[in-house]
Design a protein around this ligand. Structure first.
Ligand SMILES: Cc1cc2nc3c(=O)[nH]c(=O)nc-3n(C[C@H](O)[C@H](O)[C@H](O)COP(=O)(O)OP(=O)(O)OC[C@H]3O[C@@H](n4cnc5c(N)ncnc54)[C@H](O)[C@@H]3O)c2cc1C
Length: 485
């Protein structure tokens, strides 16, 4: 269905494709630091992107304190006293995150008179073509848009979630395989549960089942690959967590600086308690940056029925067919599909478009695993700098990681970006004052005469250049190995 609008073209400074967290973080800073206006377009019915379709027990896996947009706090800065996250800063639930974005749109963006939001609409037109239109997904009506400054592509993270992704395995009639969105409703009607996938969503589903009384022996976990998990204790903003977070980062950089292989990096990070694995006898080959606590890991280890036969291909009422073999199954099993890739990038990083191009902004992550901080900083750079080459140089894209080697590669890019930001006093101060930058705001709180903490900062600083040099050696070595095999 497609009809052409006869109304005059819409005019805007910035046309924003997508209205998820990164789009919101970008527009939030631009509203404050420029006089520009914005048209935001999303296929979904409300702002907040994939969070609108998240499963009911989802939570952020980083503290709320440094997620969202720069101008508005998320949560109350509470420290959790119960559950797996006890002793650590609160993690917003999916409902809290969506409510936060809905309120922000209504009370700040629309109220400013400088933002218009087009839900249930597809933005059409090749990015960079300069010719764009908004197509209503209900009526098919097309509205042309003239863009004075730039198109902002806020779909670069390519989120893929269980509710909306296309499964890569088949399911026979009579088998119930559902995304975790339906788990809370269906669980009481099933005797056994099989959770499919190795990422954060699968971990959340297993944790949810266990903490709601499902006996571990009735849960099977299909793990195509074992993941390295990051201990969340080491990623907490605030001076009270300085030793773990900043001390932990100093240790990470020291390991980067001295390790002679990727394996040595992993073993040293594991020995430090920062990286963890489900089973000390199984070497993880996946690194998606999921965070858990020690308490949660101990609970997950109660699951003994773990199927490590590669990716799932087919589920029948009595068996599962996997890449490397079969497994018999109880017909009264609920299968929980957590196999969506969560975050992906369509292109290898070498082929990624630059953040700034003529008439375009691509909202890539420019710091590892920090999409909203990255979008906010890109906005600040757009608002305050004019030289395009400098802007591009300050914003080298990182990407989502699949393996430890990927992680080391994006950490090197992220560290080079940080080093470039640190050379510009205004940028450095902006970052340190930004609520989305957990580390910088903690560094800014260290008193001049706080000798023990200053010593940790000195270690961090001393390890940075050697870490970068060694990361290049380590990742060049693994690239050669990949090319040979
Ligand atoms: C379960 C889960 C937990 C997570 N937890 C964290 C966390 O703790 N911390 C963290 O930093 N990150 C976390 N993430 C990563 C998370 O994806 C990002 O934080 C962020 O929400 C990504 O936002 P986005 O705007 O880039 O993408 P999306 O949320 O995917 O938004 C993009 C939007 O673009 C729209 N769109 C696409 N094409 C078009 C088009 N042609 N026209 C109009 N609209 C279009 C889509 O409809 C979508 O709504 C988590 C992700 C998942 C899945």
């Amino acid at each position: 269905m497609q009809t052409t609008s006869s109304t005059a073209p819409l005019q805007t400074d910035y046309l924003v494709k997508g209205c998820g967290a990164t789009a919101m973080a970008f527009v939030d800073v631009m509203l404050k630091e420029t006089n520009a206006n914005f048209i935001m377009v999303d296929k979904r019915a409300a702002p907040g992107g994939h969070w609108n379709d998240a499963y009911p027990f989802v939570r952020l896996h980083q503290p709320s304190a440094c997620y969202g947009v720069a101008s508005r706090a998320l949560g109350n800065g509470r420290t959790d006293s119960t559950g797996f996250n006890q002793g650590l800063l609160e993690l917003a639930s999916g409902v809290e995150v969506t409510d936060y974005f809905h309120q922000l749109m209504r009370d700040t963006f629309l109220a400013s008179g400088r933002v218009s939001f087009h839900p249930m609409s597809d933005l059409v037109g090749e990015p960079g073509s300069g010719s764009y239109a908004i197509r209503s997904m209900l009526s098919g009506a097309m509205q042309t848009v003239n863009v004075r400054k730039r198109l902002v592509d806020a779909t670069m993270v390519h989120t893929s979630i269980p509710l909306t992704h296309k499964r890569k395995f088949t399911v026979a009639d009579g088998v119930t395989c559902e995304p975790p969105n339906h788990l809370t409703r269906l669980a009481p009607h099933y005797k056994r549960f099989t959770v499919l996938g190795a990422g954060k969503t699968a971990i959340d589903s297993v944790s949810w089942l266990l903490s709601n009384g499902a006996p571990p022996e009735r849960i099977t976990w299909v793990l195509p690959r074992d993941p390295w998990l990051i201990n969340r204790t080491f990623f907490q903003p605030g001076l009270e967590h300085f030793e773990q977070t900043i001390g932990g980062t100093a240790r990470l950089f020291e390991v980067f600086a001295t390790a002679s292989s990727v394996k040595e990096v992993c073993l040293k990070m594991e020995a430090a308690g920062t990286w963890m694995r489900l089973d000390s006898n199984v070497w993880p080959t996946m690194f998606h940056g999921a965070t858990v606590t020690q308490l949660e890991l101990e609970k997950l280890r109660e699951i003994k029925n773990i199927v490590r036969l590669g990716r799932l291909q087919h589920i029948d009422t009595h068996r599962m067919q996997l890449e490397r073999g079969e497994r018999p199954c109880d017909p009264e099993t609920l299968y929980v599909d957590c196999t969506a890739s969560a975050l992906q990038h369509a292109l290898p990083i070498e082929a990624a478009q630059p953040v700034f191009e003529d008439g375009l902004v691509h909202l890539h992550m420019i710091r590892t695993y920090q999409p909203t901080f990255s979008a906010a900083l890109i906005a600040h750079i757009e608002a305050t700098m004019t030289d395009e080459a400098t802007k591009r140089q300050l914003c080298q894209p990182t990407h989502m990681t699949d393996t430890t080697e990927d992680y080391l590669r994006v950490m090197a890019i992220s560290m080079r970006n940080q080093a470039a930001w640190n050379t510009l006093p205004e940028l450095r101060s902006w970052i340190r004052a930004c609520r989305l930058d957990g580390l910088g705001s903690t560094l800014a709180q260290v008193a001049k005469d706080d000798a023990p903490r200053r010593e940790v900062l000195a270690r961090l600083s001393a390890a940075t250049a050697p870490a970068l040099a060694n990361l290049e050696r380590l990742t060049a070595h693994t690239e050669r190995e990949t090319a040979i095999h």
